[in-house]
Design a protein around this ligand. Structure first.
Ligand code: NAD
Length: 435
């Protein structure tokens, strides 16, 4: 993962072009990069500048900090040397060679996409995120992830041209919104190789009158097939499953990938909690930022929002909202997905679901160890016995690092059990389909 150090000592900072002022140390992790960087800086500096001591500083055996001022000066010097007509000479050739090493020429296909052969990750240390399914949720995931500069993005869909078109369109937004990352659209899993995170959104979405469960048979087939292909090309990735019915699809992805349970997780709880939090903020006329909440169970209308674990700036929500109003909010949050489906008429929600999925990807890529409600594998936890169910868990670089168990009141326990039983029924059907 890239490391950016905002608290660099003055000696390692400089202003870029005299306009943008920001610390500009470059931290390069990895021994191979270190050797390469040494060659680049060392050779250029030797050729064009009086050597200064310590243009680079070793942070630890595997991390090198380069003084960006020296790097910029060396490149400028090489360029001006070329302009002065030295480009044909040995120095010019060296300058060209060095600049190409710093900024290799880009290989692109006829659609103007960066060739997957140029694995930018190798050079930049940026994370690689594959999003399977370039529909509403998948494409919007790409949008949020790009805007946050989470890493390089590969958008995959079965429809030819569509992911390529959306990726190119998003790429063209980057100069306006100022994000730097590679974004490619593809129909081939080869392009996904070596991903750190794979977000699975492929599959049918609900139409008015349908429940999430109605999608089961078709989506088991789709999620199994895409997971097998993605897992083969990215055996170390963390899978974030979004397709519905969520809890059964996480189970399907786990079976199809053969990954450890820790590296397979489903997105539902962040979305469901966000809906619940948004409704509380709307009721109180206060900022959503001040509302923290917890929700358990499967991603269905029997999910369990927990008022006992909901607070507004530290104040228990039960002190601020009357019971009947709070019950109505809980009910609306449970049916929040259906409310949007009936309004849209041609698909289901995607802004909030994709924002939630990208929040999970961010927690993993940046190893934030955030505590988020996710569909995680629970065996002994809550006595669930080997199913993926919505619970609070610590999400970090290795996926689900820990499931957190909280005490529940008898009525909360009973409601959670109803939800778990429903998940078990769906998984039993999925298991039959998986054969
Ligand atoms: N977990 C959640 O909180 C949550 C929230 C919203 C939607 N969803 C689910 O996410 C899924 C996607 O929703 P959407 O609104 O983006 O639907 P969508 O129809 O807009 O997009 C689905 C995409 O999947 C693609 N696809 C189908 N089969 C494929 C395959 N074999 N390989 C690659 N791509 C394939 C389709 O071509 C389509 O572009 C649905 O199952 C939906 O129910 C889950």
């Amino acid at each position: 993962m890239p490391r950016r150090d905002s608290a660099v000592p003055p000696r390692w900072s400089h202003s870029l072009g005299g306009v943008a002022r920001r610390p500009c140390s470059i931290l390069l992790p990895g021994t191979a990069t270190l050797i390469e960087a040494k060659e680049i800086i060392g050779d250029i500096a030797d050729e064009y500048e009086p050597p200064e001591p310590e243009p680079m500083r070793r942070i630890d055996p595997h991390t090198l900090e380069i003084d960006a001022r020296r790097l910029t000066m060396a490149i400028r010097s090489a360029v001006s040397c070329r302009k002065r007509g030295h480009s044909e000479g040995a120095s010019g050739r060296l300058a060209n060679r060095q600049r190409e090493r710093i900024m290799p020429p880009v290989e692109s296909d006829e659609a103007g996409q960066i060739s997957s052969r140029r694995r930018v990750k190798d050079m930049t240390g940026r994370a690689k995120i594959t999003i399977i399914g370039g529909g509403n949720v998948g494409a919007t995931c790409a949008h949020w992830a790009a805007a946050k500069e989470l890493g390089d993005i590969v958008l995959v869909d079965i429809v030819e041209g569509m992911p390529q078109g959306k990726a190119l369109d998003l790429r063209q937004a980057s100069p306006i919104e100022r994000f730097d990352c590679e974004i490619i659209g593809t129909n081939s899993y080869e392009d996904t190789a070596g991903s750190d995170v794979v977000i699975i959104t492929s599959g049918l979405a609900r139409k008015p009158g349908m429940s999430r469960d109605d999608l089961l048979a078709k989506n088991v087939e789709i999620v199994r097939s895409v997971t097998e292909q993605a897992a083969r090309h990215s055996p170390e990735a963390v899978l974030i499953v979004v397709s519905n019915p969520l809890d059964a699809m996480v189970y399907t992805a786990w079976k199809a990938s053969g990954f450890p349970t820790q590296r397979v997780v489903g997105q539902a709880g962040i979305l469901d909690t966000a809906r619940y939090r948004a409704f509380i903020a709307m009721e109180l006329g206060c900022s959503v930022e001040d509302i923290t909440a917890l929700l358990l169970g499967g991603h269905g209308d029997d999910m369990v929002p927990l008022p006992s674990y909901t607070s507004v700036a530290g104040i228990p929500v039960t002190h601020l909202i009357a019971k009947d109003r709070l019950d109505a909010i809980v009910d609306r949050a449970r049916k929040g997905g259906g409310e949007i489906v009936s309004l849209l008429k041609t698909g289901s929600a995607y802004y909030a679901p994709s924002a939630a999925s990208v929040q999970m990807a961010e927690a993993i890529i940046k190893d934030k160890r955030r505590i988020l409600p996710c569909a995680a594998y629970c065996d002994k936890e809550y006595g669930i016995g080997g199913y993926f169910v919505g619970v609070p868990c610590v999400l970090g670089r290795h996926g689900v690092e820990k499931v957190i168990e909280v005490p529940l009141a008898p009525d909360e326990k009973a409601a959670f059990q109803v939800s778990i039983d429903h998940v078990k029924e769906l998984v039993a059907v999925a298991e039959k389909l998986l054969g």
